[in-house]
Every structure is written in structure tokens, then in C-alpha cells.
Design a protein around this ligand. Structure first.
Ligand SMILES: C[S@@+](CC[C@H](N)C(=O)[O-])C[C@H]1O[C@@H](n2cnc3c(N)ncnc32)[C@H](O)[C@@H]1O
Length: 189
């Protein structure tokens, strides 16, 4: 990742300044960003969905990875000021489609199937997102959910569901805020 960090040092420096000066951006840590990048390079998805753009830091890393495999990134943000800030930060990222609004209302409107999803919005709503997403996932889609350790009580319903459903195989990684990585398999009986 050092080469990438050098190549995009101005963009990444801007995110760092915003993180230090603007409250409530809640950007993922660098290690999580690099892990998402790595997962995408392994999975080679075509359509990526992010729920919770904030100012676009995680979106930036998803977009860099997406570029290597010709994928696009849909990203949803409910807060207009963060949406606008992300728009500026992502101005040169041609593979990103930003959507402003409540994920619960936008997800049902999305067409096509996603093969990589990053969930990082309202923790209490994770369970709603996964329910709404089910007919939008391709077989063997990867779903990464952030904050499953830092907010383990709030996301309990999500984790209980993912861990007990026959449709998913998942593992929780004790990295940064805790990441649950699930694989969707709709061919299971
Ligand atoms: C943890 S931050 C996302 C951080 C971002 N993924 C990053 O690492 O740069 C969560 C974001 O989700 C947004 N959000 C919360 N509830 C939402 C909802 N129901 N629909 C869409 N976005 C939502 C918040 O406004 C906030 O900007």
C-alpha cells in the first residue's frame, strides 16, 4: 500500500486534515481501508455498494480497488453536508456514484446485483440493511460490516442473523472496530 499512499498523498492528506478538524466524520482506520482494498483485489467484484459514505474516505479506498478490476462503487449517505464534502473529495473518482438519502429508502430502488458490500452507517439499522439487500446480492457476494465489536450490543441482531442464517458463512475479525466478513450463498438449502 505504500506505493498507493505515496501516489495519492495529497488526497489522503486532505482526508487527514478533515478528520482532525471536522467533528463526526467517523472515518474507518487506515488498516481497515487497506483490508477492504485487499478483499476487493481478491474478490474482483463488478458492483460495489457502500452504506455510509461520510466524507468519502472509505469510498476513496473502495474506488481505488474498484479501478483495478473495472468495478463501480455505489455509496449512500443520509447527511447532506457530508455528502457534499464527499463530492468534493471524490471529484476525480470516475467509478463512484454517490446517492444522498436514507439507505433504507434507497436500497429498494437500486437495480442490479452487488458482489461486494461495505456496511458502515447507522449501527441499529444493520439488520434492516441486510434484509433489504438480500435480493440485491449476487451469489458469493462478500458483505463487510464495520463496528461489530465496538458497537456489539447495537449490532447484535445483525450478527445473530448473519451467524445463524444458512445463507451466510461469516467470520468476525478483531481488527480496529471489529469487522464481520460474510459470504452470501443463495444456493444453500
Ligand atoms: C461511520 S460513518 C461512515 C464513515 C465512512 N464509511 C468512512 O469510513 O469514511 C457513518 C455514516 O453513515 C451515515 N448514515 C447513518 N444512518 C444512515 C442511513 N440510514 N442511511 C444512509 N446513511 C446513514 C452517517 O450520516 C455517517 O456519515
Amino acid at each position: 500500500m505504500e506505493r498507493l499512499k505515496k501516489q495519492y498523498k495529497y488526497e489522503l492528506a486532505r482526508f487527514e486534515v478533515q478528520k482532525n478538524n471536522i467533528k463526526r466524520l467517523w472515518n474507518i482506520p487506515q488498516t481497515t481501508a487497506e483490508l477492504l482494498y485487499t478483499f476487493i483485489k481478491i474478490k474482483l467484484p463488478k458492483h460495489i455498494l457502500e452504506i455510509g459514505t461520510s466524507n468519502g474516505f472509505s469510498t476513496f479506498w473502495l474506488s481505488l480497488a474498484a479501478e483495478t478490476c473495472g468495478a463501480d462503487v455505489d455509496t449512500i449517505e443520509i447527511d447532506e453536508s457530508r455528502f457534499k464534502l464527499a463530492k468534493k473529495n471524490l471529484v476525480n473518482r470516475n467509478n463512484v456514484i454517490q446517492r444522498l438519502g436514507k439507505a433504507e429508502l434507497i436500497i429498494p430502488e437500486l437495480t442490479g446485483k452487488y458482489d461486494f458490500v461495505f456496511i458502515d452507517a447507522g449501527k441499529i439499522n444493520y439488520i434492516n440493511y441486510i434484509e433489504l439487500l438480500q435480493n440485491k446480492l449476487s451469489n458469493n457476494a462478500i458483505i463487510v460490516a464495520d463496528n461489530v465489536i465496538s458497537h456489539k450490543n447495537t449490532v447484535k441482531e445483525y450478527l445473530d442473523y448473519i451467524e445463524s442464517s444458512k445463507l451466510f458463512d461469516s467470520v468476525t475479525l478483531n481488527l480496529d472496530s471489529g469487522l464481520n466478513v460474510a459470504i452470501y450463498n443463495n444456493k444453500k438449502e
